[in-house]
Design a protein around this ligand. Structure first.
Ligand SMILES: C[S@@+](CC[C@H](N)C(=O)[O-])C[C@H]1O[C@@H](n2cnc3c(N)ncnc32)[C@H](O)[C@@H]1O
Length: 279
């Protein structure tokens, strides 16, 4: 695992308060990578990642889902509309909570979704509440990842599943250049740490969850950042970011860093699905 001790919870919150609009302008309603199999458009690729996780998580019609780090509600609203799920989305950001609730109302699923502005690390949820815990690109921002998976194991009903997509540290971190790249990504994208596949597997298993699926999608997601970098270069987004704050500029400037981290496999992008045993 690589840690970046300068990242604070308040900076993660303010990053999403200030940059949600930029994510939307650059990428759309999902704040996550696209998953490419061919030459799909970015919007199709982003939806493909959600759909693929949905299949791997074996989400069934009408299930109860906790969406940890729900962003603008892209996944939550999709699960409610397509599968009739009852979804609770949690985000650190008030801007995102309002955005997600308003979109859910427009899209006719206000009754089956609710969005909370809460810290997933202090969330109080009764045991055995959810059929699925879903989290795309949020665990990178958590400070105590092992404790998060212990909580997930409590929140899930027996037989329930947790499905996550995450930015991961690669395996070659004894190499100083690779470790520095991952550190720079953590700093630019406000991640207190990035764990490896093995770290995540270990945290899930220690929490009593059985890992049933892992996928390494590094090569299929990396072009997300080439597209974003080109869109920044061709638009006024960087100029707008300068008016907002220096951190948002740093975030835009780190797109090349993350591309290099994927290219050299200093970083990986992965998906893990685990089950809570029935007994
Ligand atoms: C990269 S975005 C992903 C958003 C969403 N999952 C998606 O795919 O569109 C990260 C999300 O994690 C949320 N987040 C970060 N730390 C969190 C925490 N401690 N508790 C709740 N949400 C958190 C942010 O507010 C943001 O919504």
């Amino acid at each position: 695992m690589i840690s970046c001790p300068t990242v604070e919870k308040s900076s993660i919150r303010s990053h999403y308060e200030l940059s949600t609009l930029f994510y939307w302008l650059l990428w759309g309603r999902h704040i996550h990578h696209g998953l490419w199999h061919g030459d799909e458009t970015p919007a199709v690729a982003a939806q493909q990642l959600t759909d693929t996780l949905c299949e791997l998580a074996q989400i069934e019609r009408g299930q109860s889902v906790l969406d940890v780090g729900c962003g603008m509600g892209g996944s939550s609203i999709h699960l409610a509309r397509q599968l009739g799920c009852a979804v609770t989305g949690v985000t650190l950001s008030q801007v995102q909570r309002t955005w997600a609730s308003t979109t859910a109302r427009w899209r006719g699923v206000a009754g089956s979704t609710r969005f909370l502005r809460q810290d997933a690390e202090t969330l109080q949820i009764p045991e055995r509440t959810f059929d699925r815990v879903w989290s795309i690109e949020c665990t990178e921002h958590l400070f105590d990842k092992p404790e998060f998976f212990r909580n997930v194991a409590r929140w899930l009903k027996p037989g329930g599943r947790v499905a996550i997509c995450a930015w991961l540290a690669g395996d070659g971190l004894e190499d100083e250049d690779q470790a520095q790249l991952v550190y720079d990504v953590c700093e630019g994208f406000v991640c207190p740490s990035l764990g490896s596949f093995d770290d995540y597997r270990g945290w899930m298993e220690e929490a009593g969850l059985q890992v049933e699926t892992t996928r390494d999608w590094t090569d299929q997601v990396a072009q997300t950042w080439e597209i974003c970098r080109d869109r920044v270069a061709r638009s006024k987004v960087r100029w707008l970011a300068r008016l907002v704050d220096q951190e948002t500029v740093l975030f835009l400037d780190r797109f090349d860093t993350i591309l290099e981290a994927y290219r050299t496999y200093a970083m990986r992008y992965g998906c893990l699905v685990a089950t809570k045993p029935r007994s």
